[in-house]
Design a protein around this ligand. Structure first.
Ligand SMILES: [Zn+2]
Length: 233
């Protein structure tokens, strides 16, 4: 399925406000206004207080890709059950104001999408033609964003914590690929399998898998010290 760009749709149908030139009709303005405002407030809180998001914002800056709240984030109405997306063409993170339910959900979505933005910044990711590139970034986003840290107690009991985490990362990466690319399940599974070990073990810029806010706080502190250390050389 790689390389058939003409046939691929890039998942934009999930984000009707993107590239359609038209805002979605049928919503009442006051409710959209409230949701939009609420989304922006939650975004502010995530960027100012969440250690995962703060670390990634700093890491982007150190890599020469400073992220600006007004330029790089956009609260929008989305279709289906998607919570967010990274629009590589415009380097914008889309936050689905109609699907993000609360602050902790916002924190996870912002973190997940910032990991894609970070990958986009540091590596030449071919999002549209190379499904393994996409798979790698989805594995990293699921692994490092906390998406898999709360998890399903039953699975945790069945597989043990470490195995459960891996199973969850694999599963989430697969679902994310299938949501945004027209590839077969087999092709997506193969892409995830091919790059899994390498990408699962790549913890940049966290230096570890942050399983909790506390882990993320330590990772953030270490990241700042790492910067200071290099600055003193
Ligand atoms: Zn993703």
């Amino acid at each position: 399925m790689e390389g058939s760009q003409a046939e691929e749709d890039h998942g934009y149908h999930l984000f009707p406000e993107r590239h359609s030139g038209e805002r979605k009709k049928g919503f009442t303005l006051p409710s959209i206004f409230t949701k939009h405002r609420k989304c922006q407030v939650m975004l502010n809180i995530a960027l100012e207080t969440n250690p995962y998001a703060k670390l990634l914002m700093d890491a982007m800056k150190s890599s020469g890709c400073t992220v600006y709240k007004d330029r790089h984030f956009s609260c929008e109405e989305c279709d289906g059950a998607v919570s967010g997306g990274f629009d590589a063409a415009s380097s914008e993170i889309v936050l689905c104001q109609n699907n993000i339910q609360n602050q902790s959900h916002m924190n996870r979505v912002v973190t997940h999408e910032l990991i894609h933005a970070y990958d986009h910044c540091r590596a030449h990711v071919d999002w549209f033609n190379n499904v393994r590139h996409l798979a790698c970034s989805e594995i990293r986003a699921a692994n490092l964003s906390g998406d898999c840290s709360l998890g399903n107690e039953l699975n945790r009991f069945k597989f043990g914590f470490k195995e459960h985490h891996k199973v969850c990362v694999r599963d989430r990466a697969l679902r994310s690929i299938l949501a945004v690319r027209k590839v077969s399940r087999e092709a997506a599974e193969k892409a995830v399998e091919d790059v899994f070990d390498t990408c699962f073990n790549d913890h940049e810029p966290f230096g570890r898998i942050p399983h909790s806010k506390r882990d993320a706080k330590y990772a953030y502190r270490d990241f700042q010290n790492r910067d200071r250390y290099f600055a003193n050389l």
